[in-house]
Design a protein around this ligand. Structure first.
Ligand SMILES: Nc1ncnc2c1ncn2[C@@H]1O[C@H](COP(=O)(O)OP(=O)(O)OP(=O)(O)O)[C@@H](O)[C@H]1O
Length: 488
C-alpha cells in the first residue's frame, strides 16, 4: 500500500493493520481510533489535544488508507518537514509545495494533481499557497474526479484572531467549504480557548450539527511545572547551573541508575534540554557560559548559518557529547519530535500563555517525567508589558481594517500575557489546574506532586516573597496600575 492508491470506494479498511505495518506503532493511543474513524466516516472533525498527543496520525492514517488525496495545511516549514521526513521513511507518497520547493518538483506535483487521479497521498502546503488561483484550479480538477479526500488544518488556532498566533491567510481557508462542501475537514490544535474554537468552526464554515469535536485534556501529567522567582539584581545562572549539576550528580551517584545508563551506552550528563531565551544575543552568551562550566551547550537562532543550525540540531537530536543543551529563541522546537527532552527552561517569561504551554510541551514526549522551569521576575513582567504597549501604539497609527484587526490581536495578546503573569504569581493553586482552566479544560488535570505548589505550597509562597522584587516596588507598581492581582 505505501505510495499506492489507498482503499477503493466501499472497501473496508483495517486501520490496526495499517497502524502496525505502515506507521510501525503497536496500538492506538486513547481516542485516536475514534478520531480516525470519524474522519473515515466523512465527518468534519475538530481535535484539540495536548502537545505530543499524536494528532498528526489522526489525518495521516486516513490519508493512507482512504481513496484520494489529503491536503494538509501547516503554518511552518519546520512542522511540515518533520512530518514529511517520517512519512517518507515509512514509504508513503507524500509531497510539499512551499517556498523551498524546486520549480521542477512543483511542476511535477501540479501535473500529478492535473491528472485528476493523483498518486500523492498527502500534500503539505502553506495557507498562502491555498490562496493561489492556479492551485485552486488544480484542486477543482481533483475534486471533479472525486479524489479530494479531505483537508487537514494543522495548528488550527492560527485561523482565529482570538488565538495567539493569528495568520490572516488562515482565514481564507474558508474557501474549501465554500467550493467543496462535501469534502471533510479535520482541524487540529493543542492550544485553543472556547472562543478560539468557536471562531475556527465559524470561519471555516463547518456544519456544527455534523461536526465531531474531540476535546481532549490539555494535561501532561508527566511534566513537572515549577516557577523560580528572581529579580534583576540577582543572576539566576548559578541557580540553574547548581540544579543541572545536581541532576548529573544524582544520576552518576545512583549505582543502579549509573549501571543502567552505561549498559545503554549513555552518559550521566546526557540530560537533553532546551533553554528558551527571548533574545538572540542571550542564546550565544548563555551557551558559551555553560560550556565554560563544562556543560555541553549550543546556541540556536535564526541568525546562525544553515550549517551551524544543522550541526547544533542534529548533534542534539543524536544525543552527541557536547550537544546536551540547546539555548534557543522561541521558534526552536516546532516540528522537532525528540522524545527524550528531560527539561525545558524559560530563562525569562515568554510572551504568551499559549507559547509557554507549547514550548514547555517539547519536554517529555516519551511520557517519562520531565521538568519545565520558568524564571520569573517582576522586572521581566514590566518589560513585557512595556513592549506590548509600544507595539499597541505603533499599531494605532495603522489605518482601516488592518488597524482594527491589529487592535483585536493586541487585546488578545495582552490577555494571554496577563494570564501568564497570573500563573507565575500564583502560589495557591496547582499549576496543572491553572493551565487546564486557561484552556477551558474541565477535566481533572491530575497532578501527582508534579508542580511546585503540590510539592510544598508553603515553601513556594516563601520563595516568592524572598525571590521577587520588594513589596515597596509592588505597591508603587500597583499605584500606577501596572501590577496584576493574583490569578487564583
Ligand atoms: N499510537 C501511537 N503509538 C506510539 N506513538 C505514537 C502514536 N501516535 C503518535 N505517536 C508518536 O507521538 C509523537 C507525537 O505525535 P505528534 O507529532 O503527532 O504530536 P502532536 O499531537 O501533533 O503534538 P504537538 O502539538 O506537540 O506537535 C510522534 O513521535 C508520533 O510518532
Amino acid at each position: 500500500m505505501p505510495g499506492g492508491m489507498g482503499k477503493k470506494l466501499g472497501q473496508k479498511v483495517d486501520i490496526d493493520f495499517t497502524l502496525r505495518k505502515i506507521f510501525g506503532k503497536d496500538s492506538f493511543r486513547p481516542v485516536q481510533r475514534e478520531v480516525i474513524n470519524a474522519g473515515l466516516d466523512g465527518h468534519d472533525v475538530f481535535l484539540q489535544a495536548a502537545t505530543s498527543f499524536g494528532k498528526s496520525l489522526c489525518f495521516q492514517l486516513p490519508a493512507v488508507v482512504d481513496y484520494g488525496i489529503t491536503i494538509v495545511i501547516s503554518p511552518l516549514l519546520a512542522l511540515m518537514n518533520n512530518q514529511i521526513a517520517s512519512l517518507r521513511a515509512a514509504g508513503i507518497n507524500v509531497a510539499t509545495i512551499n517556498s523551498t520547493t524546486p520549480h521542477s518538483v512543483k511542476t511535477a506535483i501540479l501535473e500529478d494533481l492535473k491528472s485528476g487521479h493523483p498518486h500523492t497521498r498527502l500534500l503539505y502546503v502553506t495557507p498562502e499557497y491555498c490562496q493561489l488561483d492556479n492551485f485552486r484550479k488544480h484542486l477543482r480538477i481533483v475534486h471533479e474526479q472525486r479524489e479530494l479526500a479531505r483537508i487537514a488544518v494543522d495548528e488550527a488556532h492560527c485561523i482565529s484572531e482570538w488565538g495567539h498566533d493569528f495568520r490572516p491567510s488562515f482565514k481564507e481557508l474558508n474557501f474549501f467549504k465554500r467550493e467543496f462542501p462535501d469534502v471533510p475537514m479535520i482541524c487540529c490544535t493543542a492550544t485553543a480557548t472556547d472562543r478560539v474554537r468557536d471562531d475556527v468552526i465559524s470561519i471555516l464554515g463547518l456544519d456544527r450539527t455534523k461536526l465531531k469535536s474531540f476535546m481532549m485534556t490539555t494535561s501532561r501529567p508527566n511534566l513537572h511545572y515549577e516557577i523560580r522567582f528572581k529579580c534583576d539584581e540577582e543572576d539566576h545562572y548559578d541557580d540553574f547551573l547548581a540544579w543541572l549539576k545536581g541532576t548529573y550528580a544524582r544520576r552518576a551517584n545512583n549505582a543502579a541508575r549509573s549501571q543502567e545508563l552505561s549498559q545503554r551506552n549513555e552518559r550521566a550528563t546526557n540530560v537533553p534540554g532546551i533553554i528558551y531565551t527571548l533574545y538572540r544575543k542571550d542564546t550565544e552568551a548563555l551557551a558559551a557560559r555553560l560550556r565554560n562550566d563544562g556543560i555541553g551547550a549550543k546556541p540556536y537562532h535564526a541568525g546562525l548559518t544553515t550549517e551551524q543550525k544543522d550541526d547544533h540540531l542534529h548533534g542534539w537530536v543524536a544525543n552527541k557529547v557536547g550537544y546536551d543543551v540547546i539555548v534557543a529563541t522561541t521558534a526552536f522546537g516546532m516540528g522537532i519530535d525528540k522524545d527524550n527532552v528531560r527539561f525545558v527552561v524559560h530563562w525569562q517569561m515568554p510572551k504568551s500563555f499559549e507559547g509557554f504551554y507549547q514550548e514547555a510541551g517539547r519536554a517529555g514526549r516519551d511520557g517519562k517525567a520531565s521538568i519545565c522551569i520558568l524564571y520569573y521576575s517582576r522586572e521581566d513582567r514590566d518589560r513585557a508589558a512595556m513592549t506590548m504597549s509600544r507595539e499597541r501604539e505603533k499599531n494605532a497609527n495603522a489605518k482601516g481594517s488592518a488597524a482594527a484587526r491589529g487592535e483585536q490581536a493586541m487585546v488578545n495578546r495582552i490577555k494571554s500575557l496577563q494570564a501568564l503573569i497570573g500563573y507565575c504569581e500564583a502560589v495557591k493553586n496547582c499549576r496543572h489546574k491553572l493551565i487546564a482552566s486557561y484552556f477551558g479544560d474541565e477535566s481533572k488535570a491530575p497532578c501527582q506532586w508534579a508542580c511546585d505548589w503540590h510539592k510544598d505550597a508553603k515553601l513556594l509562597a516563601r520563595k516568592k516573597d524572598k525571590g521577587l522584587a520588594s513589596e515597596e516596588w509592588c505597591s508603587t507598581q500597583r499605584e500606577t496600575g501596572a501590577y496584576y492581582d493574583e490569578y487564583d
